[in-house]
Write a protein that binds this ligand. Structure first.
Ligand SMILES: [Zn+2]
Length: 215
């Protein structure tokens, strides 16, 4: 069934209310998210420094957290954004050192938006009570990051974002759902700094263990 993009996210949300669902974190029956998986999503903020940018993440991308994020990103289970919101909120607070900051999401590609009908970083930010300001836009086309190693990712994203709104002098935290190599966040920070912003750090819902082991 083809639905207009804007409707698709809302439709997936509505369907979870009427169809039996399993826990997104562990497949326990008849619950969107079971109690033990909720506990596993309690923020545990960690910091990594990647390419001159400090990245705070609320969760490790493993176990129930990774499964819940994948369900949100790939299965249209948008209601799960609320369960991931505390992790992002804690990461943003840590990145901004508790002071007010401008929250700028990594842009969702047109292809991903068409596929999902929603923008994952913005959705989680909204559930966290954060106003995500759509400042960054694509500067040039890039290939899909999946399957590329760290160096290839950095080259692939170089110059891919530009700031489309004035940010000079603003204290900015860049937000995304998951950080893997950090190449996308570093490119976003570069573009914002080029426009005069003071990028105090980046914040993500989760960081991959691969990054942790390299960190
Ligand atoms: Zn569970």
């Amino acid at each position: 069934m083809r639905l207009p993009t804007l409707l698709r996210g809302a439709f997936a949300d509505a369907l979870t209310l009427v169809l039996p669902v399993d826990c997104a974190g562990c497949d326990a029956p008849d619950t969107t998210l079971c109690e033990s998986c909720r506990v596993a999503l309690a923020p545990h903020v960690r910091r990594r420094d990647i390419g001159g940018v400090a990245v705070w993440s609320g969760l490790a991308y493993e176990g129930p957290a990774a499964r819940v994020i994948r369900s949100l990103k790939q299965e249209g289970r948008t209601a799960l954004a609320a369960a991931l919101a505390p992790a992002l909120a804690a990461a943003v607070t840590a990145a901004g050192d508790g002071d007010p900051v401008m929250v700028v999401p990594i842009p969702t590609s047109r292809a991903a938006y068409r596929r999902r009908g929603y923008r994952v970083p913005e959705l989680v930010a909204r559930r966290a009570g954060l106003r995500a300001e759509r400042v960054l836009v694509a500067g040039r086309r890039t290939a899909d990051q999946r399957g590329l190693d760290r160096g290839e990712r950095r080259r692939n994203v170089a110059g891919s974002f530009v700031a489309a709104r004035p940010v000079a002098g603003r204290r900015v935290v860049v937000v995304d759902d998951v950080v893997t190599t950090g190449a996308t966040l570093a490119e976003a920070a570069r573009a914002l700094r080029a426009a005069g912003a003071h990028v105090v750090g980046c914040a993500t819902v989760a960081s991959t263990p691969r990054l942790v082991s390299r960190g």
